[in-house]
Unconditional design. Structure first.
Ligand SMILES: Cc1cc2nc3c(=O)[nH]c(=O)nc-3n(C[C@H](O)[C@H](O)[C@H](O)COP(=O)(O)O)c2cc1C
Length: 169
């Protein structure tokens, strides 16, 4: 598949079938996340793969949307602030940036494996960190629900034109 085809195949899926996602597909997705680039190659990330009923119920309480409950699997992308590179010139931690790149690798890998996914950041981060007992230095960046989509294939929402977002100098 050409890269642009894969990019266009991924969209924010918000309805999933109950069908289980095969372990090999989860492994493939995690391998793609693991291969993501990171500042100074510090790889300051950790992934929670949430599949069992008890933990699915717990995470669903961190983002109370009906569609969110339909996902059979969730990957919580966490960043480790103690492991991330900090830029000396302005003190900026790159933990969020690194975690975001890994998260998008997850979404693209899911699309490549015939699965739907969706970035979710509008969740209760404090509740999630508490309920899943995250260590103090690790914080959740995004929840990515994953599963076989139960809807008509969609396209992306609209995008700004290149002329609007790029400056050729
Ligand atoms: C950082 C980030 C946070 C997002 N958070 C949410 C969210 O909390 N809930 C949600 O339904 N979609 C969320 N989205 C999905 C966006 O709404 C979606 O990517 C955007 O509208 C473009 O649509 P598309 O992904 O279908 O191309 C998020 C996307 C990104 C990149």
């Amino acid at each position: 598949m050409k890269f642009l085809e894969l990019v266009n195949k991924r969209y924010s899926a918000r309805s999933y079938k109950a069908d289980k996602v095969e372990k090999e597909k989860i492994d493939y997705i995690l391998e793609c996340a693991r291969r993501a680039p990171s500042a100074v190659n510090f790889q300051p990330w950790h992934f929670l793969i949430i599949r069992n009923e008890e933990n699915r119920n717990k995470i669903q309480q961190c983002y109370a949307r009906e569609w969110f409950k339909t996902a059979p699997v969730y990957i919580v992308v966490c960043a480790d602030k103690s492991a991330a590179w900090t830029r000396q010139s302005d003190g900026k931690s790159h933990a969020d940036i690194d975690a975001a790149i890994a998260a998008e690798h997850i979404c693209l890998a899911a699309a490549d494996a015939g699965l739907g996914s969706c970035w979710v950041c509008n969740f209760d981060t404090v509740k999630l960190a508490h309920d899943f007992q995250l260590p103090a230095e690790i914080y959740p960046v995004a929840i990515i629900p994953i599963g076989y989509v139960d809807e008509q294939p969609q396209t992306h929402s609209s995008r700004k034109a290149i002329e609007e977002i790029a400056t050729f100098l």
